[in-house]
Write a protein that binds this ligand. Sequence first.
Ligand code: F6P
Length: 320
Amino acid sequence: MRRIGVLTSGGDSPGMNAAIRSAVRCGVEAGMEMYAIERGYEGLIDGEINRIGYRDVGDILHRGGTIIKSARSLRFMTEEGIDKAMNVLETFGIEGLIVIGGDGSLTGGLELSKRGITVMGLPGTIDNDLGYTDYTIGFDTAVSTVLDAITKLRDTSSAHERTTVIEVMGRNCGDIALISGLAGGAQAALVPEVKEDINEICKRIVMSANSGKQHSIVIRAEGYEMSSEEVVQAIAKKTGRETKLVILSYLQRGGSPTMGDRVLATTTAAKAIDLLVDGSQSKAIGIVDNKIVAYDLADALKQKREFDMDKYRLIELLGK
Ligand code: F6P
């Protein structure tokens, strides 16, 4: 296999550039022709494909975003779109693809692999919502961004003796809320995986205040059953304490990747090239117990993510 395409798809995540750099450079070193596909599956359908070389990926390791752009492609969700993409790949003589993205992006890759393209999926999303890997590329950086926000909000919440509800991303996964809540010393994390009675949270806030706690930080994952506004209203009404809402939104998707994300991106991309050199079938690559792993793409996407209840309970125990 000589011609390999690289694309980034779905919501961007810090570390995507590090993955592109590693894939392109390892591919060139292995004697492959590397091609950058712009704007994910959109650019694939439209044939926005350019040869990319070793020097083209210089000075990007530390940058957030993705130099080859990303998109969510509705057209690729149709048979017609997938057929067009297959024609483009055939025209360019591309037999292997490295897809960097989340669940939907890797599922798109699976469709191409069913039609004969070898697809190596790298977990590029801040959400940490893929079942087959302990961590996704971008999660660590996103949590660091949330922690930075918590540190700053803690100052002003404490000065005004308020409760601050911080809304974080994650789609249907509560991991960003869970880990930032644990590492940031939140009073509670509200996540889609756990049915938590808001009255209980309010009781805890009042008890903490009565025992001398000056302020409270509550992290709400965007997928939690009650909206942020409902949570704020409920807390304000039931605790009688001033309660503010901060939505971190797209801030979490930007910024220079952390060491963890750079290393994860670099090593998973290198593994993708190794597998292509070895003539492997399509795989999803990730990290389990600190080791780089590669699973059959279809099997990997069926794996359900387990929520870490021990860490969830620890937040409650330590945030009283
Ligand atoms: O999947 C990453 C993510 O940032 C989610 O956390 C969030 O729900 C979604 O993307 C937002 O997507 P968009 O960029 O399409 O608004």
